[in-house]
Ligand binder design. Structure first.
Ligand code: MN
Length: 207
């Protein structure tokens, strides 16, 4: 499937006259594969974890966010492929539109697939299709090996888990409300319309 066709679902959910999200199709893949983690303050606050695979960003919604602790198994629900340009998207998705709320780039960088036990005969994309892929992240916040594993038994869910390597830690869950953009240094709250006043002060909770 071409990356254009892979974005049919993404485009079908959005009105590009009413959202500044990218339509996609203009970014060319670089020499390295990229990943991005966005904090999306929509109907529920969650993290969106995206990996570049075959010209698009494969995407999972991770309610609790990625953890550096290998003991933490983070639920990751697959969502539609996003265009590569989405790695740069921060902003407000208007009320009434799909995913309405604010999007902030929490982390990003490059990644490399880790060769699995089955050896290099299986591509990273094939490994994901088979329901298990591991990869090494070089981000500003996330580092080291992580694995995505689909639940056995046909459910839609996946788990995102840190692998036990030298970059493992025990810092646990990032606080999405206090997290800051790696691009702008701002918090999700500060990006809300009228929310700049309380930037970093922790007031205006829950609105
Ligand atoms: Mn989302």
């Amino acid at each position: 499937m071409t990356s254009r066709n892979k974005l049919t679902t993404y485009r079908g959910k959005r009105h590009f006259g009413r959202t500044r999200e990218p339509q996609g199709g203009h970014a060319s893949a670089g020499d390295t594969l990229c990943f991005v983690v966005q904090i999306h303050d929509a109907s529920t606050l969650h993290f969106d974890f995206r990996l570049e695979v075959d010209g698009v960003l494969k995407s999972w919604s991770v309610p609790e966010g990625p953890s550096p602790d290998p003991q933490d198994k983070r639920l990751a629900m697959p969502t539609e492929d996003h265009p590569l340009e989405y790695r740069d998207f921060e902003g407000v998705i208007a009320e009434g539109e799909y995913g309405a709320g604010t999007v902030m780039v929490w982390d990003g960088g490059s990644y490399r697939p880790l060769s699995g036990k089955k050896g290099p005969s299986r591509t990273f994309s094939e490994a994901l299709e088979h329901g298990h892929a591991s990869f090494w992240l070089d981000g500003s916040k996330l580092h080291g090996g992580y694995a995505l594993t689909r639940f056995r038994g046909g459910g839609p869910g996946w788990l995102l888990v840190k692998e036990g390597d030298e970059r493992a830690g025990a810092r646990g869950t990032p606080d999405a409300r206090r997290a800051r953009s790696v691009r702008s240094g701002r918090t999700p709250e500060a990006r809300r319309p009228g929310g700049g006043r309380g930037e970093g002060s922790g007031d205006d909770r829950g609105r």
